[in-house]
Design a protein around this ligand. Structure first.
Ligand code: AMP
Length: 193
């Protein structure tokens, strides 16, 4: 099975991805892990991507799709995969489809973990409790206004991507305001597993 998992900050993508891949016997492919490894190993692509990742900027699309291409042809991806962190835009979704065409593969489902804005905010803030900020020093991207900006960006970029998948009847929308176990159950039910 070939899947992508989508959702805003705090939607639970990482939480759901691991048990889901385990259950389905497929490989979890996380864009940030691919980038982190390539940078650590100082591969050609890693060195190019490093400049952007260090500044917190999005890695340019043509570069990123090369990472995905390299990763999807690894032997462990042959049984299926779940992509996390990619695509983030409708353009990337289209690029992914072109790549899959080229590889003779097809996406089964885009799983969208839908949560309310207030849950996104409270879960993102919850990752770094206020007492933690006070004792260990605050990081800029944990501030409520920065989280709000990430949420706004998510809506701006993701809604067109949801339309892209929904038009192609590849979209599974999951109520992710529930507990992690309930979310997992709903995903498996909708995948008929
Ligand atoms: P994350 O941990 O998902 O926030 O990703 C860390 C960094 O990796 C981001 O700041 C970007 O530089 C890069 N990155 C991850 N996913 C993507 C993507 N889909 N498109 C462009 N850049 C990405």
């Amino acid at each position: 099975m070939k899947l992508v998992i989508l959702g805003g900050p705090g939607a639970g993508k990482g939480t759901q991805a691991q048990p889901l891949c385990h259950h389905l016997g497929i490989s979890e492919i996380s864009t940030s892990n691919i980038l982190r490894e390539a940078i650590a190993c100082s591969t050609d692509l890693g060195r190019e991507a490093q400049i952007y990742v260090e500044k917190g900027e999005l890695v340019p699309d043509p570069l990123l799709i090369e990472f995905i291409r390299t990763r999807l042809v690894q032997p462990d991806a042959a049984n299926g995969w779940l992509l996390e962190g990619y695509p983030r835009t409708a353009f990337q979704a289209e690029e992914l489809d072109f790549l899959l065409d080229d590889l003779g593969q097809q996406l089964d489902w885009a799983i969208y973990l839908q949560v309310s804005e207030s849950v996104m905010m409270s879960r993102s803030l919850g990752r770094c409790p206020l007492q933690g900020i006070a004792s260990s020093g605050s990081r800029l991207d944990d501030q409520p206004e920065i989280i709000q900006r990430r949420i706004n960006l998510f809506y701006e970029r993701t809604i067109p991507m949801l339309e892209y998948y929904s038009y192609r009847q590849h979209l599974l929308t999951i109520n992710a305001d529930q507990s992690p176990q309930q979310v997992q159950q709903e995903i498996l039910q909708k995948l008929n597993r």
